[in-house]
Write a protein that binds this ligand. Structure first.
Ligand SMILES: C[S@@+](CC[C@H](N)C(=O)[O-])C[C@H]1O[C@@H](n2cnc3c(N)ncnc32)[C@H](O)[C@@H]1O
Length: 370
């Protein structure tokens, strides 16, 4: 094959690839629209429906439903049949109910499509930040961003926190008797609510820089009638609320937060100081290698890197520091915990959590000051 033929083939393949990418990018918008308006869920519930039926079920305008259904059909997520009367009836293609509705639990990737669309709305701010090489303030990530973050972690925490993470951390007895727990970067308070309901004799403290996330956590606490949770708006890399900084905790959790920080080393030293004797730090972080050439082979690599670019990196870039991003790697976290003075560190994994590792660091009393 001549060099020029190879070039033509390569050009065509690259062209086709990009066309597929653009098409599937639009598809993510379509999925998000369906998730947000309950169209996918309603179609799964109805089983088989024409446009009018799905429109009536969801309260979404007839023409919007129609175009959404055909776009989903073009993607192969929805199938259709034409009845003898000429009417088209639609249903989810085999296997897709769990992939695009809450019946799939942690496997419902439709919920992540909303995240992608919400992040895309921040492009102006991101471009400005990238040109200035600076970061973005926490206020940029209020409102809808808070909601789409909560929707991601909710099913994972429900599936894994009590039955898997707590036993791995070895804190059940302590929390059952009544312990003190901090969730650093608690977001909308899912983990706190699950733990506080299960361990009513324990007290829980949540800290997050997002006022909207803390407002949502407070609303959840009220809704569930939980009176053992205290919540604070604060930046983990700034002054902590005095009451929190002066407390010794039996358990500190940080779920998908450390990679947003400019300086995880400083944060880990702070956590070490906050732990009571025998206290445990549960660090939940995306389970990646330390070698980016390995990481980019991961099926979710593009999503993790793009999410990091839009969210984690600009937050971390607010200050001088490391800005680890979503793929710092579990081993790097283990090393950083060691540098922060922890001597008993275990890298493990909750089986129901499809994306994260669990890194457990104990305050054994023999921890060294760094
Ligand atoms: C990916 S979300 C995870 C939220 C929660 N832990 C969960 O699992 O649902 C990351 C959270 O960390 C918070 N965060 C990031 N950097 C922070 C900082 N410097 N101080 C306080 N909170 C921070 C964000 O506001 C966001 O709520």
């Amino acid at each position: 094959m001549s060099q020029s033929t190879v070039g033509v083939d390569a050009n065509r393949a690259a062209h086709d690839h990009i066309v597929r990418v653009i098409n599937e990018g639009w598809l993510a918008l379509i999925l998000s629209f369906g998730e947000r308006l309950g169209l996918s869920a309603a179609l799964a519930e109805l089983g088989r429906a024409d446009v009018a039926r799905l429109s009536a079920q969801t309260g979404v305008g007839h023409r919007y439903v129609e175009d959404w259904l055909w776009a989903m059909a073009a993607a192969g997520i929805v199938d259709s049949e034409r009845d003898a009367d000429g009417a088209d009836r639609f249903f989810l293609a085999p296997g897709y109910a769990d992939a695009v509705t809450s019946s799939g639990g942690t496997g419902n990737w439709g919920r992540i499509a909303e995240q992608l669309v919400a992040m895309a709305s921040l492009e102006d701010e991101l471009v400005r930040a990238a040109r200035s090489t600076g970061g973005l303030p926490a206020s940029v990530y209020e409102g809808r961003i808070v909601d789409v973050l909560a929707v991601e972690s909710g099913p994972i925490l429900e599936a894994s926190l009590i039955d898997e993470v707590v036993p791995l951390l070895g804190v059940h007895d302590r929390l059952d008797r009544g312990g003190l727990v901090l969730d650093a970067g608690c977001g909308s308070g899912e983990a706190l609510a699950i733990l506080a309901a299960h361990y009513p004799r324990s007290r829980f403290v949540g800290v997050d820089q997002s006022a909207d996330a803390i407002a949502s956590a407070r609303a959840r606490t009220l809704r569930l009638g939980l009176d053992n949770i205290d919540l604070y708006v604060a930046d983990l890399e700034d002054e902590w609320p005095v009451g929190v900084a002066a407390t010794e905790f039996d358990l500190v959790l940080a779920v998908n937060v450390a990679h947003d920080l400019s300086d995880p080393h400083l944060f880990f030293r702070t956590v070490r100081d906050l732990l009571a004797d025998g206290g445990v730090f549960g660090l939940v972080e995306l389970g990646f290698d330390t070698d980016m050439r390995v990481n980019i082979q991961h099926p979710h690599a593009i999503g993790v890197l793009a999410f990091g670019l839009y969210h984690c990196l600009p937050l971390a870039q607010r200050r001088a520091g490391i800005a680890p991003g979503g793929m710092w790697g579990s081993r790097t976290y283990v090393d950083a915990l060691g540098t922060a003075g922890f001597t008993d560190i275990v890298l493990t994994h909750a089986p129901s959590d499809p994306t994260n590792d669990l890194i457990i660091a104990r305050n054994t009393g023999s921890n060294t000051a760094s």
